[in-house]
Design a binder for this molecule. Structure first.
Ligand code: MLT
Length: 246
């Protein structure tokens, strides 16, 4: 296995693809996606365009659909939800399809959607991601951070490091053998420097500070918690993620 980390969709190569591509948006899209599926959502369908989301979701039975729209960290007018994982309750989500569009996270997923295997990772479901990778052993793995409008995001990189370090801890593989690029080495170093204070790192992150300014505080601690959600979102068809049953 060789893991390469790309800090944003913009940095991710267009030409080819990896055997397994993983999108990370810790604050908050991939945390929300994993949580929604963990409480029983039928699927999560991702869109980068809000109008297309509305058109496609209109084709779905009203009783079986929910719409989540976020821009700049805030809920988009007219949508059922913004993008808070804390809104994902079993009562609301069970057996429904969540149609979602966020500022960056859904773009990261669209960037990698052509890969043979597409996963959504966050700190909350890190273990399920590593379990899958150790079982399937893809030759090449790309981890793509959502970032923020093309800029680097601390929280996404620390999650990439958390995934890689867990693989190292569980297999004994060397960092040199695992790293597909320098960014992976940097991600592991960032994780090892902050693994005992991930909430603290979130508050250094520019998007964490943006959420605090929006008074979205509780989400941060939830998104920073490691291995609390036993659900791996996997792409079943382009743009549609379901809970991996493995
Ligand atoms: C994103 O897509 O950039 C984030 O998920 C925004 C957010 O909901 O905090």
């Amino acid at each position: 296995m060789k893991i390469s980390v790309y800090h944003t969709p913009e940095e991710t190569p267009d030409q080819n693809t990896a055997a397994c591509a993983i999108a990370i948006d810790v604050l908050r899209a991939t945390t929300t996606i994993a949580t929604a599926l963990s409480v029983g959502a039928e699927a999560v369908q991702v869109f980068s365009d809000l109008n297309l989301l509305n058109r496609e979701s209109e084709l779905w039975p009203e009783a079986k659909r929910l719409r989540a729209g976020e821009r700049g960290g805030s809920k988009v007018e007219g949508f059922d939800f913004g993008n808070s994982p804390l809104d994902c309750t079993a009562e609301l989500m069970r057996d429904k399809r969540l149609f979602i569009s966020t500022t960056n996270g859904t773009r990261a997923l669209q960037k990698i959607q052509a890969s043979p295997t597409v996963l959504a990772a966050a700190l909350v479901n890190r273990k399920t991601v590593v379990d899958y990778l150790l079982a399937q052993k893809p030759e090449t793995i790309w981890i793509v951070g959502a970032g923020w409008e093309g800029a680097y995001a601390l929280e996404d990189t620390v999650c990439a490091g958390a995934i890689a370090q867990e693989i190292i801890d569980r297999t004994g593989v060397s960092l040199a053998d695992l790293a597909g690029n320098d960014e992976l080495v940097g991600a592991v170093a960032l994780y090892n420097g902050w693994k005992d204070n991930l909430v603290g790192l979130m508050h250094h992150a520019s998007h964490g500070q943006r959420l605090v300014r929006l008074n979205i505080i509780e989400d941060i601690a939830y998104c920073a918690a490691l291995d609390t959600v036993d659900t791996l979102p996997i792409q079943r068809e382009i743009g549609v993620l379901v809970k991996h049953e493995g």
